[in-house]
Design a protein around this ligand. Structure first.
Ligand code: BGC
Length: 768
């Protein structure tokens, strides 16, 4: 755990340079706009430890699979989010000596991620080895208004010397992914050029032919006066630059404005990429840095007005939640149903930038409540559009007749992960995809989605479950063997309670929907029956499986068992582990982890979180009291679910502890892995910890139920949710709950079990 980020309500601040945390900071201070993302690498040269990363949405590389022993069914490739051409580079030379914060003395350093306005700021004073000092100040952002553009303002001042300052803004497409399986570079140059104003490089990926044209247009100002700049001083493959030199004296200032455009063939025609890039450059250049920054502030003001959570009386908690909301909004804007939310978003290479069950299980509620309803539907459509591939994926593993197994990790619908226990065994992901459809309909009331797209997915997934179970003569019940549950610290287990439960729930939910539409929309249903070929005897079979499924339980303790044999383990609470053993995934052998009783993330408890309406508090309490003390929370997805359940149980301290852990997971580097990138998908879980946990939000029978509590040290907190065209603002203080309804219609809401009518444009006060 680290503690070097200054607590502030609206900004992430690092005072003084911490080179030992440079990779962590590069993740935390990342910027993005849904189309592109950039780690907080320095513009100037840095030879210290660093992970360079510029990313472009939807652009990936199918890197040939590398495994020790090939197993049939493995996918051919692992999709990598591509480290794209570097658009931020600016080399600085003082009398021909290059500025490098790793080798010079840093006199002063500060960086700030301004979340309110959406930019990264940095200032520092550096002393070169010969004693010459320069003071630098820079602003950088990925524009929301012009999503193919990134802008930098970079000012250099001489503190104590007279000499030559040379500034070289450049674009570099000669880059590598550190996770490349065969140390191969993934980009090839297609074209590179310059004219008086602009420079550009078009690069294409060696496979799949994604093309990205990266361009720049620059302005140089010396002591307030515009200067001319030299074009293309060097001729190097995959590299373009411009150059400016000036004799300067103490107090003189050179400011470089670098306008960059990153234009990808995912969004623009390949034949016009350069022209499009030039047009965007000209547009932002004409507007100017200051005006573009104003647009940025305006765009963020709007985003915050929809999604901010305000916490009064606890700056660490406030900073944590805003950081999470900021990163979520930077990662996914929801306009493009081909895109999804990678576990690291645009902040690192790990997890390949691909889609996991995280989206359905964790991210959907945030976007459902804080964005246009189309955004949530786009997330569902992403999977609907991959249905054909999910069926093919299941066929590769031997399933048939339209059964679908969605990939654990994907870019385009194909499985692209090749660890046995994850690819073949973590089949519970299929359940989360059905759960998301259920959750979406419960929240939005848009039942038509089932007829439009949802039912086809439900049927295909239910078919998978029906084929994946087998009948145990021994038990005289159905079982599901050889799986990995959400707890990845156990593999190849039999009858993971969560998997068995969600499998049955999927089939039951599918049958319930079919039945409902049989009565209300028989005509539309006929079309779906015809398209999917679903037969009455399939449904009889599902029903039989659902009625005869086996679930491991321990009746003495009154708990569900994570899987068969769980109680044979040496069961000891996490508190007995020595501190230096944390995190166990970095300090223990895998063999020791697998045999231990320690749980990576909610497993049985994930089921309690999803199916809150099916179990009473007593059952939840017994399971929580048993499993939480065995949980090491080494998946970022873990603390949020535990925080929500602890809130429900009234374990307020635990709920708060888990909240801080999820909210500040990256800021404080709890799991010692933020250097790889931020945990974007679990950030949506942080949002849920407040709204569903502290606020107690549940949707029951089309109505909102709130059951709020407020952590001790907080004066108040408030959140907004968009529920069926009502924007509700809920403010919880120590002695009351205030709700306002921004809409034209009254809304009935249950608060602590009593219904209230919240009239439009009125604030209703309820004494707690
Ligand atoms: C978790 C998975 C998750 C993945 C990506 C893993 O550590 O165990 O549940 O899908 O990370 O976030």
């Amino acid at each position: 755990m680290k503690d070097y980020i200054i607590h502030d309500e609206w900004s992430i601040i690092e005072e003084g340079f911490n080179p030992e945390n440079q990779r962590v900071s590069e993740s935390i201070f990342s910027i993005g706009n849904g189309r592109m993302g950039q780690r907080a690498n320095f513009e100037e040269k840095y030879t210290g430890d660093s992970l360079r990363g510029s990313y472009v949405a939807g652009v990936y590389y199918p890197d040939k699979t590398k495994v020790g022993w090939w197993k049939n069914g493995y996918p051919e490739y692992f999709a990598k989010v591509l480290n794209a051409p570097n658009w931020i580079g600016i080399s600085v030379f003082v009398d021909d000596m290059e500025l490098d914060l790793h080798t010079c003395t840093i006199v002063e350093f500060r960086r700030e991620l301004n979340m309110q306005k959406g930019f990264l700021y940095r200032n520092f004073t550096a002393e070169m080895p010969d004693g010459k000092q320069i003071a630098v100040e820079s602003y950088r952002f990925c524009s929301i208004a012009e999503p193919d553009a990134g802008l930098i303002q970079y000012s250099i001042q001489s503190v104590n010397f007279s000499g030559t300052l040379k500034v070289v803004p450049y674009l570099d497409a000669d880059i590598i992914n550190t996770d490349s399986n065969y140390d191969e570079k993934f980009w090839e140059e297609v074209d590179r050029g310059s004219n008086q104003k602009q420079s550009w490089i078009t690069a294409k990926t060696k496979k799949l032919d994604f093309q990205v044209c990266t361009g720049m247009q620059v302005d140089i100002v010396f002591n307030g006066e515009y200067q001319s700049i030299i074009g293309d001083p060097v001729d190097r493959d995959r590299f373009v630059s411009k150059e400016f030199s000036k004799e300067i004296s103490p107090g003189d200032q050179v400011t470089l404005y670098k306008y960059a455009a990153v234009v990808s063939s995912e969004n623009h025609s390949k034949t016009n990429l350069i022209a499009t890039c030039q047009r965007i450059l000209e547009k932002v250049y004409k507007k100017g840095f200051v005006e573009c920054l104003k647009d940025q502030e305006k765009a963020w003001k709007h985003k915050w007005s929809e999604s901010d959570i305000v916490i009064l009386g606890d700056v660490a908690a406030q900073q944590g939640i805003r950081f999470n909301i900021f990163q979520l909004n930077q990662t996914y804007t929801g306009e493009d149903h081909r895109l999804n939310i990678g576990p690291k978003g645009f902040t690192g290479e790990k997890y390949g930038g691909s889609t996991y069950w995280d989206t359905e299980a964790y991210c959907l509620p945030f976007y459902m409540s804080t964005a246009d309803p189309k955004v949530a539907e786009n997330l569902l459509l992403y999977r609907y559009n991959h249905l054909k591939k999910a069926i093919e994926n299941a066929e590769l593993l031997g399933f048939k007749d339209g059964a679908a197994l969605y990939p654990m990790v994907t870019m385009n619908g194909e499985e692209c992960h090749n660890e046995w226990e994850i690819t073949f065994e973590e089949i519970h992901r299929n359940g989360a995809i059905v759960y998301a459809i259920f959750d979406y309909i419960r929240y939005t009331g848009d039942e038509g989605y089932l007829l439009r797209n949802g039912l086809e997915v439900l049927i295909a997934i239910s078919r998978f479950w029906a084929q994946r179970v087998n009948f145990s003569n021994e038990k005289n019940q159905y079982v599901i063997l050889g799986v990995t549950g959400p707890n990845e610290y156990e593999n190849n287990v039999n009858n993971n309670w969560y998997t068995n439960h969600i499998a049955v729930w999927c089939m039951e939910y599918t049958m319930e929907c079919l039945e409902k539409f049989r009565q209300s929309h028989s005509k539309e249903l006929e079309g779906i029956i015809e398209k999917t070929g679903i037969l009455a005897n399939e449904l009889d079979n599902w029903k039989n499986i659902c009625e005869n499924m086996y679930y491991p339980e321990d009746s003495t303790r009154g708990i569900f068992l994570q899987q068969d044999g769980f109680l044979d383990k040496d069961i000891r609470n996490v508190t007995e582990l020595p501190k230096e053993d944390y995190p166990i995934n970095q300090n223990w052998s895998w063999d020791r982890i697998l045999r231990s009783c320690y749980i990576k993330q909610a497993d049985v408890l994930q089921g309690f979180y999803f199916f809150e309406h099916k179990f009473d508090l007593d059952k939840l309490k017994r399971n929580f009291d048993f499993y939480e003390p065995l949980t090491v929370h080494e998946s970022s997805l873990s603390p949020c679910v535990h925080s929500i359940l602890a809130s429900r149980l009234g374990y307020l301290e635990k709920a708060y502890e888990m909240y801080l852990r999820t909210a500040r997971l990256d800021l404080d580097d709890y799991n010692n892995d933020t250097e790889d990138g931020c945990h974007i998908t679990s950030m949506a879980g942080t949002w849920m910890s407040i709204v569903k946990g502290f606020g107690g939000l549940q949707i029951i029978d089309h109505q909102i139920h709130l059951n709020p509590f407020i952590p001790n040290g907080w004066e108040a907190y408030s959140f907004k949710i968009n529920f069926r065209n009502h924007i509700l603002n809920v403010k919880v203080s120590q002695d009351k709950v205030e709700i306002s309804n921004r809409s034209t219609e009254m809304l009935r809401i249950s608060i602590n079990g009593t219904f209230h009518q919240i009239e439009p444009e009125q604030v209703e006060e309820i004494v707690a």
